[in-house]
Design a protein around this ligand. Structure first.
Ligand code: ADP
Ligand code: MG
Length: 365
């Protein structure tokens, strides 16, 4: 607590897709083990290191266990602000890593083995909530940033823009966002599905279901260590009566409020490669602008603390909402996603470059 902590950065290399194989793309990314990865192509030969590297054969479970996601869930229960964000070009596997291949299948449920970091975290959270001697109150909010507008994905009706404000105590926050209580896995998965269906996506050359917005799902966790509240224990006739009762007046027993935020970023891609025009190119431009702002903040934060100048969080809504996770009091896991194909080389190198910089960023949880 309060100590400088490095962002945890892991890399996931997805398998070559059918299209890439048919086209005869070379595999240019090779995992060397121990968190190292090697990129070798005609004029490029470079090695990068991360907390962990997951190659094409890695299962969703291996990513959950090996990325430190389970610990992140526990830290959120302990009252920290935890964030996991997936980063990489369109079609690199961000949504797959976070949610599994569910975007396509509303009717047929996903095989449990393919469930992503989000569903696995929910299960872990609800299991912990049952087994701990604490009483957890859970709620979720789900937002997207589309064309520099923050929209609520849970409130009914057509999406309307919500104001993003700043206060001394809360930092940047979204006003009037809906927060929905839940108590079961079915309930939170259904909120996730509802919200994801409203998310702005459009098909373009790189991905049939490309996300055109940044999506942030936040789980708010309030916990009270019920059984350890001595003030409540007195005269109430046994611990079973304490459950569900709020802290006794004037009692200093620990009540913690943590958050667990999942950020699915829109892909970084150049307009010409996706064949985007008109509305799509406006989208691509605002996506690129906010990712550029994110990259800029990360590169400044990667400098030693003493050398920090002003960090321009205000340059985009995305960086404002991620300010705490990147440079503040949060605990952050970044999952950088890349394709192994020679065709994606320049985007892959740029993702690897950002991810290496992010690995030098520290926060003070
Ligand atoms: P992004 O969200 O980064 O744009 P997606 O997660 O939608 O990319 O992935 C693009 C395509 O690649 C999808 O069809 C997805 O099912 C597939 N894919 C991504 N990662 C993997 C993986 N690790 N294993 C198998 N298929 C994957
Ligand atoms: Mg996606």
């Amino acid at each position: 607590e309060g100590r400088e902590t490095r962002l945890r950065v892991v890399l996931r290399v997805r398998p070559l897709t059918c299209t890439e194989t048919r086209r005869g793309d070379q595999q240019v990314v090779h995992s060397l083990g121990d968190g190292a990865v090697h990129v070798s192509a005609a004029r490029h030969d470079a090695t990068f290191g991360f907390s962990a590297v997951f190659d094409a054969g890695a299962s969703q479970e291996a990513v959950f266990e090996g990325s430190g996601m389970r610990q992140l869930v526990e830290q959120a229960i302990d009252g920290f602000s935890c964030t996991v964000f997936a980063f990489g070009q369109t079609g690199s596997g961000k949504t797959y890593t976070l949610m599994g291949p569910l975007a396509q299948s509303e009717t047929q449920p996903v095989t449990p083995a393919l469930l992503g970091l989000m569903q696995r975290s929910f299960t872990c959270l609800l299991d912990q909530s049952q087994s701990r001697s604490s009483d957890l109150a859970l709620s979720a909010s789900y937002l997207e940033i589309y064309n520099e507008q923050v929209r609520d994905l849970l409130s009914p009706g057509p999406p309307c823009a919500l104001p993003l404000r700043w206060s001394k105590t809360r930092g940047f926050y979204v006003e009037n966002q809906l927060s929905v209580d839940f108590e079961s896995l079915e309930a939170i998965v259904s909120l996730l599905l509802q919200g994801s269906q409203r998310r702005r996506t459009s098909a373009h050359a790189l991905n049939r279901h490309s996300s055109r917005s940044h999506a942030l799902l936040t789980i708010h966790i309030r916990s009270r260590a019920v059984s350890t509240c001595p003030a409540l224990g007195e005269g109430l006739g046994g611990p079973e009566l304490i459950v569900g009762v709020k802290t006794a007046p004037g009692c200093a027993c620990p009540s913690k409020q943590g958050t667990l935020c999942f950020v699915d970023l829109a892909g970084s891609e150049r307009v010409k490669e996706t064949g985007s025009s008109g509305e799509l190119s406006v989208e691509a431009n605002s996506i690129n602008r906010s990712l550029l702002a994110l990259g800029h903040c990360i590169s400044l934060l990667a400098k030693p603390r003493g050398k920090w100048t002003h960090i321009p969080y205000r340059d985009s809504k995305l960086t404002r909402l991620l300010a705490r996770s990147l440079g503040g009091s949060g605990i952050t896991l970044m999952v950088a996603c890349i394709s192994p194909s020679s065709h994606c080389l320049s985007e892959t190198l740029s993702t690897l470059h950002y991810a290496s910089q992010a690995w030098r960023v520290t926060t003070r949880p």
